[in-house]
Design a protein around this ligand. Structure first.
Ligand SMILES: Cc1cc2nc3c(=O)[nH]c(=O)nc-3n(C[C@H](O)[C@H](O)[C@H](O)COP(=O)(O)OP(=O)(O)OC[C@H]3O[C@@H](n4cnc5c(N)ncnc54)[C@H](O)[C@@H]3O)c2cc1C
Length: 323
């Protein structure tokens, strides 16, 4: 019996969010006495090196022409094969878009298994705490099934660091593929800015921005800070930014060092995706807006004045410190 952590990659690079699942696996390993292993797909050499230094017993690299691009069906087959091989009692991944898509498909392939989503704490080998209802409720769940599939809330666990021990690297050729679906093409938003879930600063815009043309006000601030752009669902639903910018219950979960919410009211569904940010700054003209209840720094102001002013001041500070 063992533990298997799925590490996500994008264009060969490790998604740092996966390191939270490794930390959760370490806690599980301590509580159960089991070893943990890591499984990944299409890693670059650097990613392979990085993953082999995380204390896993083995690092599995799943190989196959059909695994070069992600489809949940093919990846679920590959994970279940490796899990069977090492008799994995626990299979974990961080609850990113990838983890949320893959794990429910995986759990139906593992005999005698059950799943807990958004785990925030491991009580013991059977009992877990998870968030429910946009983080309003913490539920404690006990899974009696022999095998357990867990999606891990990234912001609830620190990112695992390197250890001295190196994992044995095992290349695992996966022959079986899902016959009824085939990957053809991936169209992704190209951006020079950092990825939303990996960024240490996020500038998020809400409906208060009023017009997609005005988003450049937030983008200018983001560029001075080296930040990613996020958005509320209102902005995404209006078609002002693509879906993958959405932060919240039905969007991405982020926990940057600094989150700047511009013209966002702070609905519970938005807050669910960013409340673990280290420092929250809110700019809103309505002093009663709920975002101020969770903000560390609140500015009651018209964003069309305050944001460009802030950007100019930061630019000036940057120039002064460079000169
Ligand atoms: C099942 C479900 C899931 C959902 N999932 C999500 C989710 O994942 N993420 C998400 O964000 N929402 C989600 N929502 C929607 C959520 O309930 C809110 O409707 C949404 O977050 C509101 O977005 P907003 O704050 O941009 O807009 P509003 O609530 O309209 O707020 C706009 C804010 O801008 C301020 N403002 C206006 N003009 C200015 C100005 N000139 N200067 C400064 N401030 C100004 C206003 O005072 C107001 O507070 C979900 C809802 C449901 C029912």
């Amino acid at each position: 019996m063992s533990i298997l952590v799925i590490a996500e990659t994008r264009n060969g690079e490790l998604k740092k969010a996966s390191l939270s699942a490794v930390t959760c696996a370490r806690i599980l390993a301590e509580k159960t006495g089991l070893n943990y292993n890591i499984l990944t797909f299409e890693p670059s050499d650097k990613t392979k090196e990085e993953l082999s230094q995380l204390g896993g017993e083995k690092l599995f690299v799943a190989k196959g022409e059909h695994l070069k691009n992600y489809t949940a069906e093919n990846y679920a087959i590959a994970v279940s094969e490796v899990a069977k091989k090492i008799d994995a009692k626990y299979i974990l991944a961080t609850a990113t878009t990838f983890g949320k898509d893959l794990l429910p498909r995986l759990v139906v392939k593992i005999p005698n298994s059950a799943m807990v989503s958004e785990v925030i704490e491991v009580i013991d080998g059977e009992t877990f705490k998870r968030l429910m209802y946009a983080g309003d409720i913490i539920a404690t769940l006990k899974i009696k099934s022999e095998k357990k599939v867990l999606s891990v809330r990234g912001t609830a666990f620190d990112k695992a660091g390197k250890v001295d021990k190196k994992s044995e690297i095992v290349e695992e050729e996966i022959k079986e593929s899902y016959p009824r679906k085939r990957f053809i093409e991936l169209e992704e938003t190209k951006s020079e800015r950092p990825e939303l879930t990996e960024a240490s600063i996020v500038v998020s815009v809400g409906r208060g921005i009023k017009d997609p043309e005005n988003i450049k006000i937030a983008e200018e601030l983001a560029d001075v800070l080296g930040a990613a752009i996020g958005a509320s669902r209102a902005v995404v639903d209006a078609g002002w930014l693509p879906n993958d910018f959405q932060v919240g219950q039905t969007g991405k979960t982020v926990a940057p060092q600094l989150y700047i919410a511009i013209g966002i009211s702070g609905a519970i569904q938005h807050v669910a995706g960013m409340k673990d940010s280290k420092v929250i700054v809110a700019i809103n003209k309505d002093s009663e807006a709920p975002i101020f209840q969770i903000a560390d720094i609140g500015l009651v102001a018209d964003l069309f004045q305050a944001v460009p002013e802030l950007t100019q001041k930061l630019k000036k500070l940057k120039q002064e410190s460079a000169g």
